[in-house]
Design a protein around this ligand. Structure first.
Ligand code: GAR
Length: 204
């Protein structure tokens, strides 16, 4: 059965684009029923509209508190049929409503629990990996709880860090990895093969 997905983003939207392309190619049993952006200027909104997907801005800057922002965000999401929520470069802290626990996914461009947490997103992650001298990094798809990059891990894959890497070259290698991992995790969920057991995730 096709999963109804809400995609939450704050930026360029290449993660959204990848999901939509895979759905169009019949590689992912899902449909994106809405896109919500926490920033007015996110290019991801344009990508959504081009595909005829309803796209709404719930601008973090318009809200004094995280609680008010989250209330507006979830009101918007609930106006659409949504089985799962996919965070695709969503850069605000999400408060997880009880009925969405275990139904929100994030992709992080590192091997959690390394190089993650508040302030660790986008290029900051790859800069930190290079500064530390790690030899491996990668991508993680995980369930979202109320802490940054913290919920149970569904899939991880690693890539090497090369001697002559720059943050950009490393980001490109990690993104190639993300582009495979995120749709694969969503497809496993669509097939009913993903089970949360405490902090661990079992895949049938
Ligand atoms: C992605 O590379 C994703 O891994 C990262 O933001 C990028 C979003 O790009 N997410 C995080 O850092 C989450 N902590 P996009 O806007 O082009 O999809």
């Amino acid at each position: 059965m096709a999963l109804n997905l809400a995609v939450l983003l704050s930026g360029n939207g290449t993660t959204l684009q990848n999901l939509v392309d895979r759905i169009d190619r019949g590689e992912l049993s899902a449909r994106v029923t809405c896109v919500v952006s926490s920033r007015q200027d996110a290019y991801g909104i344009e990508r959504a509209r081009r595909h005829g997907i309803p796209a709404v801005v719930v601008n973090r800057k318009d809200f004094a508190s995280s609680a008010d922002f989250n209330a507006a965000l979830w009101r918007t999401v609930r106006q659409h049929p949504v089985d799962f929520v996919a965070l695709a470069g969503f850069m605000s802290l999400l408060e997880v409503p009880k009925d969405f626990a275990g139904r929100i996914l994030n992709v992080h461009p590192a091997l959690i629990p390394a190089f993650c947490g508040k302030g660790m997103y986008g290029h900051y992650v790859h800069e930190a990996v290079l500064a530390y001298g790690a030899k491996l990094t990668g991508a993680t798809v995980h369930f979202v709880d109320d802490q940054y990059d913290h919920g149970p891990i569904i899939l991880q894959a690693s890539v090497p860090v090369l001697d002559d890497d720059t943050p950009d070259s490393l980001a490109a290698r990690v993104q190639t990895c993300e582009r495979e991992l995120f749709p694969r995790a969503i497809q496993l969920i669509a097939e009913g093969r993903v089970h949360i057991e405490g902090r661990r995730v079992r895949i049938d």
